[in-house]
Design a protein around this ligand. Structure first.
Ligand SMILES: Nc1ncnc2c1ncn2[C@@H]1O[C@H](COP(=O)(O)OP(=O)(O)O)[C@@H](O)[C@H]1O
Ligand SMILES: [Mg+2]
Length: 235
C-alpha cells in the first residue's frame, strides 16, 4: 500500500492485513516448530517478519511468549548498529524488524580476509551486551550473525536471551555470567573465521554440548589470565 509519507525503516509496524497483502518471500523453510521468517516489502521498507500464526495452537501459545520476549529484548537494548532496527509488533504472534541486506557471516566470502575486522565488532557487541547485564544465548549459532554489505556485523534472534537491568538483584552476577558465555561465543567465532576454514568442519562431531563446554572452559581461562594481568600491572 503506497502512502504519501513513507515511514522510516523503524516507523510503525504493519498491521497483519498489510503484511498479508505485501509482496513477500520466505527466509526459512517453515520448520514445524519454528516461526515463519518472511521478507516483506512495505511502503518502500524492506522488513523481516517473524510470525508464529501459521503454527499449531500449542506452538502459537509458546510463540507468543517468544515474540513478547524478543520485542522486550529489542526495546531494552535500544537502537545499536549491530542489531537490526526494531520496527514493532504486528500482533501477539508476530514482530517486524529491518531486513539486513547481506549474508550469513559464516558464509561470507570475506570472512577469512576481514577476520579481524569482524572479530573486533563481535567482541565489541558482546562486551556491550554483557556490560548491560544481557546474555545472548544464541550468538554461537552460525545462522544468527549476519554481515551487511558495508561489512557491519549484525546479531539477530534475541528470543533466546536473558537480561537483568542495572540495580536489580542479580545484575552483577548476570554480567559476569554473560562475560564468560560471550567469551566462549567469541572463541567459537575465532575458529569459524579462520582463513583456512573452521578446523572443526569435517572432523567427527563430538556429542552435543561438548564443543560448547570446551569453549566455556577456554573462555574461563582467558578471562582469568586477563584479570591476573590487570592485577599485575596495577601492583
Ligand atoms: N533482520 C533480518 N534480515 C535478514 N535476514 C534475517 C533477519 N532476521 C532473520 N533473518 C534470516 O532468517 C533466519 C531465521 O531468523 P531467526 O530470527 O534466527 O529465527 P529462528 O528463531 O527461526 O532461528 C536467519 O537465520 C536469517 O537467515
Ligand atoms: Mg536463528
Amino acid at each position: 500500500m503506497a502512502t504519501a509519507d513513507p515511514s522510516p525503516p523503524d516507523g510503525r509496524p504493519p498491521s497483519r492485513a498489510e503484511y498479508e497483502r505485501a509482496p513477500r518471500s520466505s527466509l526459512t523453510r517453515g520448520a514445524p516448530f519454528k516461526a515463519d521468517v518472511v521478507a516483506v516489502e512495505l511502503e518502500g521498507r524492506s522488513l523481516v517478519v517473524k510470525d508464529f500464526a501459521p503454527r499449531a495452537w500449542w506452538r502459537r501459545v509458546i510463540g507468543r511468549l517468544e515474540i513478547d520476549r524478543e520485542c522486550r529484548a529489542y526495546r531494552y537494548l535500544g537502537p545499536v548498529p549491530w542489531l537490526p532496527r526494531f520496527v514493532g509488533r504486528l500482533d501477539a504472534e508476530a514482530l517486524a524488524v529491518e531486513r539486513i541486506e547481506g549474508v550469513e557471516l559464516a558464509r561470507s566470502p570475506e570472512r577469512g580476509a576481514r577476520r579481524e575486522h569482524f572479530l573486533t565488532q563481535i567482541r565489541a557487541a558482546l562486551e556491550h551486551l554483557a556490560e548491560r547485564g544481557f546474555l545472548h544465548l544464541d550468538a554461537r549459532n552460525n545462522k544468527n550473525l549476519l554481515v551487511r554489505q558495508d561489512g557491519t556485523v549484525v546479531l539477530i534472534d534475541l528470543a533466546g536471551s536473558f537480561w537483568i537491568p542495572p540495580r536489580r538483584p542479580g545484575h552483577r552476577t548476570l554480567k559476569r555470567l554473560a562475560a564468560l558465555y560471550h567469551e566462549a561465543t567469541l572463541i567459537k567465532w575465532e575458529a569459524l573465521l579462520r582463513p583456512e576454514g573452521d578446523p572443526r568442519v569435517g572432523r567427527p562431531k563430538p556429542p552435543r554440548y561438548v564443543n560448547g563446554l570446551i569453549d566455556l572452559y577456554r573462555g574461563w581461562r582467558r578471562l582469568r589470565s586477563q584479570r591476573s594481568n590487570v592485577q599485575r600491572s596495577n601492583v
